[in-house]
Every structure is written in structure tokens, then in C-alpha cells.
Design a protein around this ligand. Sequence first.
Ligand code: COA
Length: 174
Amino acid sequence: MEIRVLLPSDDRSSFRSGNVELDRFFQRFAGQNQFRVQLGVTHIALEAGRIVGFVTVSAAQVKWADLPAAVRKGLPGYPVPVLRLSRMAVSEAAQGGGIGAALLRHVNLMAVELAANKLGCLGVVVDAKAEATGFYARYGFIELEAEEGALADHPDATPMFLSVRRIRSALGSH
Ligand SMILES: CC(C)(COP(=O)(O)OP(=O)(O)OC[C@H]1O[C@@H](n2cnc3c(N)ncnc32)[C@H](O)[C@@H]1OP(=O)(O)O)[C@@H](O)C(=O)NCCC(=O)NCCS
């Protein structure tokens, strides 16, 4: 399996994850968000030349008060920079085969790289759909206190967070 950044020439039309909203986003909006308005970059997983999964990321920030107390400790009280995993899906036929875990690892490594060499980044945030909170939890994501109104566009989502520090220690580095 290969993971790389989406190109304008990639055919997204036949991707089906079983989640209509995510499929529509991937087919209609992932390209323009990346190539025209720079709102987010989509990374795709390919197997035998076919797209079997995608994850879209962008820069974001989290209010200091919304962070877990243990993470807040030692930080100044202003919003902190994070990497947002805004959308992720694996094609129906490929679900359960480790693609989602590989895409998540790819994002986590990106956050570590950003934090080390590119820009400030405290961790990864995701607005997890109810059916996917267990997936993120098994990789160490913890629920954040939802800021009032912040989830207006995603009323069914739970904001979750994984710190770069935890990613590094899971990788066995520091
Ligand atoms: C959720 C999703 C991205 C997971 O990708 P996947 O490729 O199917 O997952 P993987 O095969 O990599 O699973 C890795 C581990 O997570 C577990 N897992 C997978 N989906 C899970 C879920 N929804 N809840 C809890 N655990 C889950 C697997 O059992 C596996 O555990 P194991 O390592 O003990 O075997 C994928 O199923 C999907 O696209 N679902 C529909 C769209 C969606 O819900 N997207 C997330 C939006 S926030």
C-alpha cells in the first residue's frame, strides 16, 4: 500500500466508503479545497493503483481551556496550534484491513514532523463521528470538552485529541 498526496489527475469518482457525506466530500470538494482554495490537503491510500482510503488535514487551533488539564499544564493560556484530521474514510471493500490505521499513523507522523521542524503543533484533533470514536480511542485520542457552538456544523461529532508527546512516546522516541 502507498500513501501520497492527492493529485488533480486522480479518479475519485468510484470511491465508496458507505458514508454518503464523506464520499460526496471526497468526490466533489477534496480537489477544490486542495487545489483552488487551500483549505485542506487530502492524502490517499492506494492499493494496486486504486484509491482505498483518504484522509484530509489542515492547520487549526484549540482553545487552551478546551484542552485536558494534564495537557494544559505548563502552557500559556492562549489558543494552541494543532493539526486537524478533518475527514477520513476507507473504501467499503477495504475496511478492516489496516488502511485506516495506516492513514492515522501517517497523520500522526506528520504532526510529529511539523512540531519538530516546521511549525508549532501540539497534537492532532479530530471531530469524530459517533461510530468512529472507538477507532480513535484505541490509538490514544481523548475526548475534548466541546466549546459551545463550535460543533454547529457537526452536531453528531465528538472532538478528540492526541498530543504529539504521546505520539512520540508510542513511537519510542522523545
Ligand atoms: C473508521 C474507518 C476509517 C476505519 O478504517 P479501517 O481501515 O476500517 O480500520 P483498520 O482496519 O485500520 O482498523 C484498525 C483497528 O481499529 C479497529 N476499528 C476499525 N473501525 C473501528 C470503529 N469504527 N470503532 C472501533 N474500532 C474500530 C479495528 O478493529 C482494528 O483493530 P485491531 O488492530 O485490533 O484489529 C473506516 O472503517 C471507515 O471509513 N468507516 C466509514 C467512515 C467513517 O466512519 N470515517 C471516520 C469519520 S470520523
